[in-house]
Design a binder for this molecule. Structure first.
Ligand code: MG
Length: 382
């Protein structure tokens, strides 16, 4: 079997899919994208495909990963690692279809039968948070995630801290003692500010606090993990085993590798194994589309230290299209009491609606994250 063609499709709301075709007629799909840089990643996908994949045997998945990742002197970073990630997913999809098994079966077989998932809640005022969390509890979810704050000064003042606490209190009220909420800080805080903000969250016992500081400040993260009893999470902006290692050493409790950013199923599988040696759980980041979620689930079902899966169905900042718009059989992503069931189809276990993908290609407005400024006009982290 040889790879004959690699295509890409830029689809709303902000996603990129790749499709690898073989001379056997088998086709594999993946999702190589960095939110806000889809066109850049698209170029990288085609460069890698032409250099390393077209004409090659798709079943040499690991060898392709090695060459795509290390075969160029300059390597790594979000763009290249995400391009490799999507192509790696598509190669696992083909491998599963060739052997008639889900990818998680090829990776050792299932270790669980269902995977807990959480959804996002938006809303700024505590009452909005309470209503949105209550709606997700009503829909069967047992866990949600929300932002800890809006734009944040380097050091939060008393009003900021009260707002952060009030939102957490509202989430806890709506969830009751059995439910879980996580709080994403998005790297908006300074180290000192994060320590203060995490402190006011402690009475409400969130499941974890995420990205309390920026990934470039991972060398300072231990000051946060050492200052709180709350589990600290990070990892959506770390792209390899080597990049997660300092976070593990800094004492995080949860790693959040993204299957579409951190080298695909091949590398996130190894990141999960590395995390296990630090007694750290993984909760893969996934505000993305159906292939990223399908790849994440393949990892969830063969990974003992899996905690919970992020997913974007109903996420508050997507517009124009939904994850299920591109899936031929949405049943695979149907929630059962806040969990997704083990997919049994071959490869990534999801059947893509190719006609819908081709029709949507090129119709997405280019998405970029907002650029925020402080009241004095200086740049602020989003
Ligand atoms: Mg996050």
């Amino acid at each position: 079997m040889k790879i004959t063609r690699v295509e890409t499709f830029a689809v709303p709301p902000r996603w990129l899919f790749c499709r690898i075709e073989t001379d056997d007629g088998l086709v594999g799909w993946g999702e190589p994208v960095v939110e806000g840089r889809a066109a850049t990643v698209r170029t990288a996908v085609h460069e890698l495909a032409e250099q390393f994949l077209v004409g090659a045997d798709p079943l040499r998945v690991e060898d392709h990963w090695q060459l795509m990742t290390k075969g160029s002197f300059y390597r790594g970073g979000p763009v290249l690692s995400s391009a490799v990630a999507g192509l790696d997913q598509a190669l696992w999809d083909i491998a599963g279809k060739a052997f008639g098994a889900p990818a998680h079966q090829l990776l050792g077989g299932p270790v669980r039968e269902r995977a807990r998932a959480y959804c996002w809640v938006g809303g700024d005022a505590p009452a909005e948070v309470r209503d949105q969390v209550a709606a997700q509890v009503e829909a069967g979810f047992t866990a949600v995630k929300m932002n800890g704050s809006g734009r944040m000064d380097r050091l939060p003042n008393v009003a900021d801290l009260r707002r952060i606490a009030a939102r957490a209190e509202a989430a806890r009220e709506a969830l009751g003692p059995e439910g879980d909420f996580a709080v994403d800080f998005h790297g908006r805080f300074s180290v000192a500010g994060a320590i203060r903000a995490v402190g006011v969250l402690e009475p409400y016992a969130p499941m974890f606090v995420e990205e309390p500081v920026l990934p470039e400040h991972t060398h300072l993260l231990e000051r946060v993990t050492g200052a709180t009893s709350l589990p600290v999470a990070t990892g959506e902006r770390l792209f390899s085993r080597a990049e997660v290692l300092p976070a593990l050493r800094a004492g995080v409790a949860v790693l959040q590798p993204d299957l579409s950013h951190a080298g695909g199923l091949s590398e996130t599988r190894r990141i999960a194994a590395l995390a296990e040696t630090y007694d750290v759980a993984i909760a893969p980041h996934c505000p993305l589309g159906p292939l990223a979620l399908a790849a994440s689930l393949q990892l969830a079902f063969c990974t003992p230290n899996f905690l919970i899966q992020e997913q974007s169905i109903g996420i508050h900042y997507h517009s124009g299209a939904e994850l299920l718009d591109y899936v031929a059989d949405p049943e695979v992503f149907r929630f059962h009491a806040g969990h997704l069931l083990r997919p049994t189809g071959p490869g990534l276990g999801v059947e893509i609606d190719e006609r819908a993908v081709r029709a949507a290609d090129g119709t997405a407005e280019s998405w970029h994250n907002p650029v925020w400024r402080h009241p004095d006009g200086s740049f602020a982290e989003w």
